[in-house]
Design a protein around this ligand. Structure first.
Ligand SMILES: [Fe+2]
Length: 282
């Protein structure tokens, strides 16, 4: 299996060609994928839509799949696979103010858990004719290029992450009692060190980070607003234009993402997703 790795942008991401997603991955190819993942933080594999079982089998090459929090999104025969439906089924379901659509907010998946998913694997199953790109921004580069004075302000700081926070523009889905039990607020460092590469990245989830510990609300909001603007600078971004079957694997430890939610009403947009278990950020 001869793999080719081609960068997708200056900011992050690489396309992998030559990978047969339905067979076992030989050791040398697995090593090459691991290195490319650490260097580019996002891999794109072109494919046809996979069954949930095949999708889960592929994911196990990259880590250990975890169960999806929201019960109603779990796929029946493979409970670690969730189906994410983002179609606007009626004109009323697409608001005039698109910031009210939760997906449009920048975030890193799962940061409201003590040990958030290290990576996400997402495959496009139905894609609208226009819009709907997933946008990624590189928070490791954002940290590297941060002015020293700002680094000094955030290096030893910790922040509270919650399932929902008033800082997010749009509200999160309502949880069942059991789901609420599983999503108490947690604390994470504002700068985390990647377990596999040793590199530092800003770890901030605009949809879920509520406040910086040890700061008054105003000061904390000011700092988080500043970080939000910095980590989403166009220089740090790559926008993925989906094709049906595309599989993206990305690193939640050093990327944030959001969706261009401006796509036509009535055109299907659907993905399947697996989260890979991670460890507690340090
Ligand atoms: Fe996400």
């Amino acid at each position: 299996m001869a793999l080719t790795i081609n960068p997708l942008s200056h900011a992050l991401g690489a396309e992998v060609t030559g990978l047969d997603v339905t067979s076992d991955i030989p050791e040398a190819a697995a090593q090459q994928l691991e290195e490319a993942f650490l260097e580019h933080h996002l891999l794109c594999i072109r494919s046809v839509p996979l069954s949930p079982a095949d999708f889960a089998r592929l994911a196990r090459h990259f880590g250990e799949p975890q169960l999806q929090l929201l019960r109603d999104q779990r796929a029946g025969d493979a409970p670690e696979v969730s189906v994410l439906e983002s179609t606007y089924k009626t004109p009323e379901s697409k608001p005039d103010d698109l910031t009210m659509v939760r997906l449009s907010g920048w975030h890193t998946d799962d940061s409201y858990f003590e040990a958030p998913a290290k990576a996400t694997m997402l495959q496009g199953l139905a894609i609208p004719d226009s819009g709907g790109q997933t946008r990624f921004s590189n928070t490791r580069r954002a940290y590297d290029e941060l002015p020293q004075t700002v680094r000094a302000r955030i290096d030893a700081r910790r922040a509270v992450h919650g399932y929902d926070t008033a800082r997010a523009t749009a509200r999160a889905k309502t949880l069942s009692d059991q789901e609420q039990q599983e999503t108490r607020d947690v604390e994470h460092p504002l700068v985390r060190t990647h377990e596999d590469s040793g590199k530092r990245a800003i770890y901030f989830n605009p949809n879920r980070t509520d406040r910086v510990i040890g700061m008054e609300r105003d000061e904390s909001d000011g700092l988080l607003d500043e970080l939000h603007a910095w980590i989403t600078k166009p220089d740090f971004q790559y926008h993925h234009q989906w094709r049906v079957g595309d599989i993206l694997l990305w690193d939640n430890r050093c990327l944030v993402h959001s969706v261009n939610v401006d796509y036509p009403v009535g055109q299907e947009r659907r993905h399947q997703r697996i989260l890979l278990k991670g460890s507690r950020p340090v």
